[in-house]
Design a protein around this ligand. Structure first.
Ligand code: PLP
Length: 394
């Protein structure tokens, strides 16, 4: 028998895997599944000019290793973007370009978290934070915002109680996956005060920053006074530019963090793909229209879904950004079976009977809810909701 490392025993496969396996199985049997489970952009392709830049770079021979932390042109473009966002503390020496934002987060946790070090999460939280913390031997303290419609400000007292001098990192994700809330400046100032009091590093995961609605803008917490040197700003190209499969992201951090994390980066991935980095420059510099086209399509879909749920008597918190919506399911006819959380039972019924794939909220630390992704066209979204209604799941 293979003697597996304890660390892999501590984590579970991604919660979406079971659902998407089930969806694939059904599709193989010829069933038409409305897949609202994935965090991928289903009906927008990477902008043409970005694809062209990648092809041109490949043809020009940009196929070898690059400097480990990224090509200078991309680091320059990233720094310019960060400065536009008000994050003037970062220069090119603060940037590490990674194959996807996920790898960046992984490197940061591996760099800062040791045995038992505590990481504070605001729930519902993206599934991979927990797994990454466990892989770093860290422990978690979590604060739930579901009771406050996913707003952070009313949860600040709970957060102040959860965070202590043992806390090493606090993760802020605004707009957030899975809830789509954008945190107010007052909420972020509250987080700042807590972080400063306990000398905590804040990871600001800004991967959905470009996707916000109703003119709301997501403030970067690193712009707040007192946060300049304690914020690691994480971003990626997957969501804003429909580039999930290209695998490109970055983090901006104090130089001491870059020095240490750079060792893990160099020894694990060497660098991000060369011609993909060239495409990244084009994405940052010449995609305003394409980004706006996607953003406004997502906004229309969000409006449509909120209205449609209201028609069926479901009052859902209106997301300010990202492309996910949380649906409360605790008050439906579906009951949990034995140990199983009720939302997991609901999601199983939704996929098996209504053929609609969703992700149970317990995967994000928020049982009683499910997440629906709406990076899919309006007809499919409408079809999905109608099927849920037909099967008495709303
Ligand atoms: N952060 C959040 C909150 C996400 O939802 C995702 C992807 O789903 C990522 C980070 C990582 O994205 P990527 O590795 O594609 O850049």
């Amino acid at each position: 028998d293979t003697d597996f490392a304890a660390r892999v025993g501590r984590i579970e496969p991604s919660a979406t895997v079971a659902i998407s396996n089930k969806a694939s199985e059904l599709e193989a049997e010829g069933v038409d599944v409305v897949d609202l489970s994935v965090g991928d952009i289903v009906d927008f392709d990477t902008p043409e000019n970005v694809k062209q830049a990648g092809k041109d770079a490949m043809d020009a021979g940009h196929t070898g290793y690059t400097p480990s932390n990224g090509i200078p042109a991309l680091k320059d473009a990233i720094v310019e973007k960060l400065h536009d966002d008000g994050l003037s503390q970062y220069g090119t020496e603060n940037i590490v370009v990674t194959p996807g934002g996920k790898q960046g987060l992984f490197e940061v946790f591996q760099t800062l978290i040791d045995d038992g070090d505590e990481v504070a999460l605001v729930d519902p939280a993206w599934v991979s934070y927990e797994a990454m913390v466990k892989l770093s031997d860290g422990s978690l303290t979590r604060v739930d915002t579901a009771q406050y419609d996913f707003q952070l400000e009313p949860a600040l007292d709970d957060l102040a109680e959860a965070v202590s001098d043992d806390t090493e990192i606090l993760v802020v994700n605004s707009p957030g996956n899975p809830h789509g809330a954008v945190y107010s400046d007052e909420a972020l100032e509250g987080v700042r005060d807590i972080a400063v009091e306990h000398d905590v590093t804040v990871i600001s995961d800004e991967i959905y920053k470009e996707i916000t609605y109703d003119g709301v803008e997501a403030t970067s917490i690193g712009t707040l006074e007192g946060m300049e040197d304690r914020t690691i700003t994480l971003n990626g190209f997957s969501k804003a530019y429909a580039m999930t499969g290209w695998r490109l992201g970055y983090y901006a951090a104090p130089e001491s963090v870059v020095d240490q994390a750079g060792k893990i980066h160099g020894h694990s991935v060497t660098c991000a793909v060369n011609f993909v980095q060239h495409a990244g420059v084009e994405a940052l510099e010449n995609t305003d229209e394409a980004v706006e086209e996607m953003r406004s399509a997502f906004e229309d879909r969000r409006d449509m879904l909120v209205d449609l749920f209201a028609e069926y008597g479901k009052d859902v918190p209106t997301p300010d950004g990202a492309f996910y919506i949380m649906l409360p399911v605790a008050d439906t006819r579906v009951e949990g079976d034995g140990e199983e959380a009720q939302d997991v039972a609901w999601a199983e019924e939704a996929i098996e009977e209504a053929h609609v794939a969703t992700v149970p909220g317990s995967a994000f630390g928020t049982p009683g809810w499910v997440r629906l992704a709406y990076a899919n066209d309006e007809d499919r979204l409408r079809e999905g909701v109608e099927r849920l209604a037909e099967h008495d799941l709303l």
